[in-house]
Design a protein around this ligand. Sequence first.
Ligand SMILES: COc1cc(/C=C/C(=O)SCCNC(=O)CCNC(=O)[C@H](O)C(C)(C)COP(=O)(O)OP(=O)(O)OC[C@H]2O[C@@H](n3cnc4c(N)ncnc43)[C@H](O)[C@@H]2OP(=O)(O)O)ccc1O
Ligand SMILES: O=C(O)CCC(=O)C(=O)O
Ligand SMILES: [Fe+2]
Length: 357
Amino acid sequence: MSTATPNASSDVLDFVVHKANGLKGLVDTGLQSLPRQYIQPPERRLHASQVISQESIPIIDVSNWDDPQLVESIFEAASKWGFFQIINHGIPQEILDHLQDAAHGFFGLPNEERKKFWKGKSPTDTVFLATSFSPLKEKVLEWKDYLSFRYIPGDEKSQALWPSVCKDPVLDYMKRVEMVIKKLLELLLTKLNVREIDKEKEYALMGSLTINLNYYPHCPNPELVTGVGCHSDISSITVLLQDDIGGLYVRGIEEDSWIHIPPVNGALVINIGDVLQIMSNDQYKSIEHRVVANGSKNRVSVPIFVNPGPDALIGPLPEVLETGAAPRYKPILFSDYFSYFFSKGHDGKNSINYAKI
Ligand SMILES: COc1cc(/C=C/C(=O)SCCNC(=O)CCNC(=O)[C@H](O)C(C)(C)COP(=O)(O)OP(=O)(O)OC[C@H]2O[C@@H](n3cnc4c(N)ncnc43)[C@H](O)[C@@H]2OP(=O)(O)O)ccc1O
Ligand SMILES: O=C(O)CCC(=O)C(=O)O
Ligand SMILES: [Fe+2]
């Protein structure tokens, strides 16, 4: 059944957020032109002149985790770019393909089926469907819906309530990717003089895993909107699977320059988040990135936010300060940082100032 496209600004917010139709529901009304609610001011759009093609972020082969050169390559990429792609990580292509199919499968469900999982209505708090970033707090909405899962290994009771179209693909992926996350964190921490990740450090680095299925529907005027605005992640690291459409840009070293992260079949994009920048006292960089919308294709991407547990206290690691370096951040409770992050629209790298001394 088709529904009329809402047009007044308040109708759009009501239809998309309060009536739980999401952006996908809006696009499915047969949207011909862009509602005002989604039009970004010019200074928040990415212009072709800002994109540089001479630079690229590293692609790192991780087939041998014990290779001494690997730790150096990861250290360099995490310190300089804050972003890199990994290949030959051992997760079968079939598992990655099923995950992307699951994202399309969920967002292809009838509106009434998707709505059952809307934030605040979902049958379990370990999965919810949402839109944009902080839709009641931001000035302009982002061109994105997402289905978010909190992954707790062995939590079969709540996982039984996950949408059946994506439950198994998400769980199969999570079981395989956990080892990759642990290896990456081990290598990153080795270069910070941490010899062993004990239980306390493990909780601070990866005490909570969130996996999102992001859905960016095709857009009638992609140049006027933003898929995801300029931001850095708050995670320790983020592990992202993107499809073959492209659209993810990372801030370059030159003033106001942006570098495209090209889709590489089977690769995972890894980025350092604010938590690891803070723990490393700025040795590692959590770099701003953004996503542009596409005029003809529906893009999916699947980030895993490797986050601290909510009551972890985050600050520069003692091992990092052993050199006598002055701490640049004060200890913060991760749950406070999380709430602060979502209390406003995306605003580049400003969130980390919350923790700065
Ligand atoms: C997305 O880009 C990201 C994400 C990240 C994330 C990293 C992560 O680790 S988690 C990813 C999943 N996201 C979340 O878990 C955050 C979800 N939001 C919240 O938990 C809360 O909104 C809050 C941040 C704690 C703020 O709470 P509060 O101020 O009390 O506001 P609420 O009561 O929750 O909301 C009011 C009202 O709005 C509805 N609502 C809020 N957000 C959304 C949304 N995105 N979509 C749809 N609806 C939303 C909410 O349900 C309430 O509705 P009522 O009908 O009950 O009034 C890292 C980097 C990135 O770029
Ligand atoms: O969709 C993407 O490529 C990246 C999304 C992202 O940056 C995020 O969800 O934090
Ligand atoms: Fe991000």
